[in-house]
Each structure stands twice: as C-alpha cells, then as structure tokens.
Design a protein. Structure first.
Length: 583
C-alpha cells in the first residue's frame, strides 16, 4: 500500500513533515487542514492531495495565488514521488513511501545450520582499518580497488567503463542521501536498487544490528527491477546465511561466496538450495564508530536451468565485492547522519523543554511572591481586625490569582492544535466584554479605554472564546504599555473591511511604541518587553488563535508615539470553508 509525505523545504516551518495516507488531505492556512501552512499569502483552503486508482492527484481549490507543481501552475494534476509543490512562498517536497519494513514482515530469513564460511572464495581486508583516520582522501580509491593496474588497451577500456559505472552509482546514492525529504528507509531502498543494478545481482537486503542484542535484523528488501515493495506475504522469502552475516559484522570484512550449486556446504541448507541461490556478496555497513549492519546481495538460478544449460557464468566478481564495500560505506554514513539528526532534534526538543520550564518557573515564582505578599497583609488584618488591610491584601491575591489563570490558559492555548468552535456571533459583543473586563485595570493604571464600534451588530464566523482571549491579550499589553504616561489612551475599534470581506479589531495606544530591535521577535514565545511583568506568551498566543481563524495580526509601529495592532479574519469563514473558497 502506497503512502506519502510532504516536507516543507522552504518557508515557515521548514523541516516539518506531514504524513499522507489514502484519504483526502487539505493544504492551507486554516487549522482544518492536515497540512497546515503558516504563510500569510497561502489561502485558508489552498489545495488538496487525494488518492485515486491511478495514484496521487493534486487539486487547486480556487486559491488566490495558485498552486505550482514543479514550477508550473496547475488546476488538477498527477503528483508523483520527487515532485515539488509550491503554495505562495512555501515549497514542499512530495515523497511516496512504498516500503513498510517496520510495519510488516521483511521477506528475509536468516538461515542457520552448516558453517557457510568455507564457501567464501574472496574477501577484503578489515574495512574499519582501511578507513583509519587520515585516510579519507584515498577512501574511494581504497574501497574501489585502488588505481587502474597496467594492462592492455582492452583491459583499460573495460576498467574505465566499470570505474565510471561505479562513480555514477556512488553519485546517485550521494544525491539521495543529501535529499532533505528522504527518510532512512527511502535512502536504504535507493542504495539497494543502485547496488542491484550496478553489481548485477538479483536480490538484496540490508540488515541492521539490533540496539538491544546486536544481532542482525532485516530492515529492507529489494529484488532487481524495483520489486519488493508489495505485501510481504506475496514476496518469496530470501534466505541469508547467518554465519556469513555474523562474520561480516563482527570482522568488518566483505566476503564473496561460491556457487551454491557446486558447494557441498550449502547443500545442508535446504532453503538456500531450494531458492536457487548461486552467488552472494556481503559487505559491512561501517559507520564512523562501529559496524552498523550489513548489505547482502545474491544471484538466483533455478536448478532446472542449471541442468539444461550445464553452466552459468559468474556474475559477482571481486570488482563487485569492492564496489559493494563502497556502497555499504555510503549506506552507513547515511544511517549515521540520520541518527545524528534525530539526536540533534531530540536535544533541541529537550533544550526547548528546559528553557520553557525555566521561564515558566520564573513567572510562577514572581506570581507566588505576589500571592505571599497579599496573604501576609490578610494575616496582619485578621490579627488586628483591620478590614481595610484585609481588603488590600485580598486585592493583591485576587490579581495574582488572575495572572496564574491567564498563564495557564495561554500555555494550554499555545501548546494545543485547536480547531475553532465556529459560531455566527457579534464581534461587538465579544470585544465589549473584553473592555468591560479590563476597565478596572485601566482605571487603576489611569488609562482612558475608548471603544469605537459600528452601529448595530457586526456579525462574523469565529470562535468567541478564542477571539476573546486573543483580544484580551493585546488590549492588556496596550494598557501596560501606556501605564504611567500622561494622557494615556487605548482605543479599541471594531469594523469590517469590505474590500477583503474581513472583520478587524484595532487596538491603538499612544505609548512609547516598540523598539526597532524588538520587532523581529515580537511574536516569539517568551519574548517580552515588560520585564518581570510579562510572560512573553500573550502575543504568541493571540497570533496562533487568529491564525487558526485563517487571519493574521498586523502591527503599525510609531516609535515614540505608540502603535496599533490589527487582528483580522474572514467574515464568512465557515461558508467559505464549505465551498473551498480562497483566503
């Protein structure tokens, strides 16, 4: 069964991968999409990918800026492995995954029994020793057998052709390894396909050392011509001699085995004989620090063909063995690279978690200090029967209790991918409730809080609770920004922009404005210009909520004279969604 994925190669969220099954998958700015693209020029419901009997299909949903497939604007087109999809300023790589080694049985059987090592007719030196430090410059030559030896012109010609084929194979593998959209299994499958083609083998598999026991475990399997990606039960089992794989992985040597039809040592392994295995080569996957596994290739010939033809020419030669060593080295470096990348991502995640905990702990500590201060005043008031002191202390406790609530709600909002609870509601009512809630805070800060609302209702599709929180955060920031300034004013305005069929909420203040060096990280998590008073979550949460509505927050900064934040989102978000309209 084919599955696919989309990887953001360029744009916001670079490196994010989205898995695609056989269900219809939407691409766009709205949180309703499986592939959500946080690009302000991407339509809310921009495009879709869906599976058909003939393969995957890409459909543009009437987007404002169009959908490009490999640089060409399309309405509907087939999309295949390796294609690049562009929506506005975001470039995504499409990749089809036909192998599922971790989700089913890999048709490889590690065969025990007789000691097959006596069938070895050729082997290399320890590859780990060959790749000693300082030898990197001659690594390719060493792996491929060194310089061309003197000989006849015909020998030189044959050697040159083989060398070019080898270099071409390594180039194809290196290109795949460098592809940012490639997964480890995709890389290993490509390596096997290249190896089967260049070495002229019939089947191949990659075995990885188990992280628990160190024993070889089949990871991917391929047959020449690209087969091996079907259902495992439909694929003939490939027998692999366990003793040879153990020798390769423990000794770091590549080996070439003899014709199984002529070798009595193979006759004891009925499955090998029945499978018609004639020749095999096996090379270690030598990473930077250790042998990570092995790559095994073989050729097959049915017994009746041997009887009919009498003799079958040798296909796996010493040159094949040396080339497989080089290919194994490339595979090992790819595995090392993937593991290093995963470790780096995990370390970054842990670092982000640590930074988040440290920052939140700092904010919570400040809030608790306020609670303790209020509790102290309440305690004194109770002892002295001073009701005024008790009220003063309770006011401090109540404010800090609200700060804790706001902090927790912002954390929950930011950390969860949330689909808006769409309602047709009056924006005036929601914003008016925010202003009433903050009126006492504005009075305390000696700030005039003005409201400019259109006459009558201003109806739009939105999540009242979510927009309430987004506006609350921005208005709170505005009050904090002008607190203590003479003639401090915050104006909250609601309106509709008919040119883009969007509703807007403006929060305008006459404060000091935003320092220019703070603008680039204005919406970054934990970035605050309020010092100990701010958590750095408010604006990040507000942008996330408005983005979930298919809208955006714009900032007009006036250094020394204040700034204006505009929250805007489509008036008819739900009806547009139903028809797949653009943004």
């Amino acid at each position: 069964m084919s599955t696919a994925s989309l990887l953001i190669v360029e744009g916001v969220g670079r490196g994010t991968r989205f898995q695609i099954g056989r269900q219809r998958v939407g691409i766009g700015r709205s949180s309703e999409n499986v592939v959500r693209v946080e690009d302000s020029e991407v339509s809310r419901f921009h495009a879709a990918i869906q599976w058909q009997a003939s393969g995957f299909k890409l459909v543009d949903l009437g987007s404002a800026n169009g959908t490009l497939l490999n640089g060409v604007r399309i309405e509907t087109a087939a999309i295949v492995d390796g294609d690049q999809l562009q929506v506005a300023n975001t470039l995504l790589a499409f990749q089809v995954h036909d192998v599922n080694p971790s989700r089913g049985r890999v048709p490889v059987d590690l065969v025990a029994g007789n000691d097959d090592r006596s069938s070895i007719v050729g082997e290399t030196a320890n590859v780990m020793a060959t790749l000693r430090p300082g030898a990197a410059g001659g690594e390719a030559a060493a792996l491929l057998g060194g310089e061309l030896s003197p000989g006849s012109a015909e020998d030189w010609s044959v050697s040159a052709v083989e060398a070019l084929a080898s270099l071409g194979a390594l180039y194809r593998i290196s290109e795949q390894v460098a592809d940012p959209a490639a997964t480890l299994d995709t890389i290993l499958v490509t390596i096997l396909d290249v190896a089967l083609d260049v070495v002229s083998a019939d089947r191949g598999c990659v075995l990885m050392a188990s992280p628990d026991t160190g024993a070889p475990v089949p990871r991917v399997y391929r047959a020449r011509g690209g087969s091996g990606h079907g259902e495992p039960d439909e694929t003939p089992t490939m027998p692999v001699p366990r003793s040879i794989v153990d020798l390769v992985m423990t000794g770091g040597r590549a080996v070439r085995t003899s014709d199984a039809q002529r070798d009595d040592r193979f006759s004891g392994g009925g499955s090998i004989l029945q499978a018609g295995v004639r020749e095999a080569v096996c090379a270690p996957l030598v990473g930077r620090q250790a042998v990570l596994g092995a790559i095994y290739l073989d050729t097959t010939t049915r017994v009746d063909e041997v009887v009919a033809e009498g003799e079958v020419n040798e296909r796996l030669t010493e040159e094949s063995l040396r080339l497989l060593v080089a290919i194994g080295r490339q595979a090992a470096l790819a595995i090392d690279g993937q593991r290093s990348h995963q470790a780096l991502v995990q370390a970054e995640r842990l670092a982000a978690v640590g930074q988040t905990i440290a920052t939140l702990s700092h904010h919570i500590k400040n809030i608790l200090q306020g609670v303790r201060g209020g509790s102290y005043l309440i305690n004194l008031g109770l002892k002295d029967h001073d009701e005024q002191l008790i009220q003063r202390g309770w006011g401090i406790v109540d404010r800090n209790q609200g700060r804790i609530y706001d902090l927790v709600m912002d954390m929950l909002t930011y950390s969860t991918d949330r689909v808006p609870a769409w309602n047709r509601a009056d924006v005036n009512a929601t914003v008016s409730d925010v202003c009433e809630l903050l009126q006492s805070r504005a009075d305390e800060a000696r700030v005039v809080l003005e409201r400019v609302f259109p006459e009558g209702a201003c109806e739009a599709d939105y999540d009242p609770e979510g927009i309430h929180r987004a506006v609350l955060n921005v208005v709170t920031n505005a009050i904090d920004a002008v607190e203590g300034r003479p003639g401090a004013v915050v104006v909250v305005e609601v309106g509709v922009d008919p040119s883009v069929a969007a509703v807007f909420v403006d929060i305008d203040d006459n404060g000091p404005g935003i320092p220019e060096d703070e603008l680039p990280r204005l919406f970054s998590l934990f970035a605050s210009t309020k010092g100990a008073r701010g958590t750095g979550l408010g604006l990040a949460v507000s942008r996330k909520i408005v983005g979930e509505h298919g809208g955006e927050i714009q900032v007009e900064n006036r250094p020394g004279a204040g700034c204006r934040f505009r929250l805007t989102w489509p008036v008819d978000a739900v009806s547009d969604e139903a028809v797949g309209g653009d943004g």
